[in-house]
Structure formats: structure tokens, C-alpha cells
Design a protein around this ligand. Structure first.
Ligand code: 5GP
Ligand code: ZN
Length: 110
């Protein structure tokens, strides 16, 4: 999508510290980390947020979850991370391209 920063990162048009990549997914370090490990996991295809996923996207949805676990293992934080997505401005979403935050390396208040 034009003018979407995460689409531009996915296409290689903007730089990012990439930690994981498949044909459909990308994970890169957050520019303003809120924890020692703070990675953003995105589908390369543009969706505004989680609610835009349809039944046809079941495979992609599953790939995202499995990739989160794989990224955590790759970064050495398996079994000790938080995974979250902000769905909509009211939830604090700032970048309107579906992404999961993978956070680890500090104590989180439950
Ligand atoms: P949201 O609030 O939308 O859930 O999270 C957006 C996240 O994207 C924020 O944590 C912010 O620091 C990160 N971010 C915004 N712009 C960029 C960018 O250009 N590159 C990277 N790597 N992260 C970004
Ligand atoms: Zn996008």
C-alpha cells in the first residue's frame, strides 16, 4: 500500500534491522524498543489490523503465530516473551499495518 512504512520496509524500500524473513512474513527490530528484545512481526501483504484478516487468510494467521515462536527461539527468548497486537487507534495502534510486538528481556506487569 502506498505511503505505508511497513509495506515499504517489506519491499526493501526503507531500511530495517531484519531478524527473520519468509516469502510472506518479515520480523525486524522496533526503532523505539520498549524492552531489551522488541521485534515487530508483520505479514508482507498489507492488512490494516487483525480484524481485516478473513477466513481465507487462515494459513497466514497460523504462519504468523508459528513464526512468532520461531523468532523468539532465534533470538534466545523462547518460553519468556510477550506477544501483542494493537488493533485500532483506541488500542494504541500508530502504524496501520498489521504487526505483532514480540517483547522480552524485562519483567512485565501481568
Ligand atoms: P503500534 O503502536 O502501531 O502498535 O506500534 C508501532 C511500532 O512501530 C512502535 O513500537 C514504533 O516504535 C515502531 N515503528 C514506527 N516506525 C518505525 C520504523 O520506521 N521502523 C521500525 N523498525 N519501527 C518503527
Ligand atoms: Zn502496509
Amino acid at each position: 500500500m502506498d505511503n505505508c512504512i511497513f509495506c515499504k520496509i517489506a519491499k526493501g524500500e526503507l531500511p530495517a534491522d531484519i531478524v527473520y524473513e519468509t516469502a510472506d512474513l518479515l520480523a525486524f527490530r522496533d526503532i523505539n524498543p520498549q524492552a531489551p528484545t522488541h521485534v515487530l512481526l508483520i505479514p508482507k501483504k498489507h492488512f490494516k489490523f487483525l480484524d481485516e484478516l478473513q477466513k481465507d487468510d487462515k494459513m497466514l494467521a497460523g504462519e504468523l503465530l508459528l513464526a512468532a515462536s520461531e523468532v523468539a527461539a532465534k533470538l534466545g527468548v523462547a518460553g519468556g516473551y510477550k506477544l501483542l497486537t494493537n488493533c485500532g487507534e483506541e488500542a494504541g495502534q500508530v502504524v496501520p499495518h498489521l504487526h505483532f510486538h514480540l517483547l522480552a528481556g524485562k519483567k512485565f506487569i501481568p
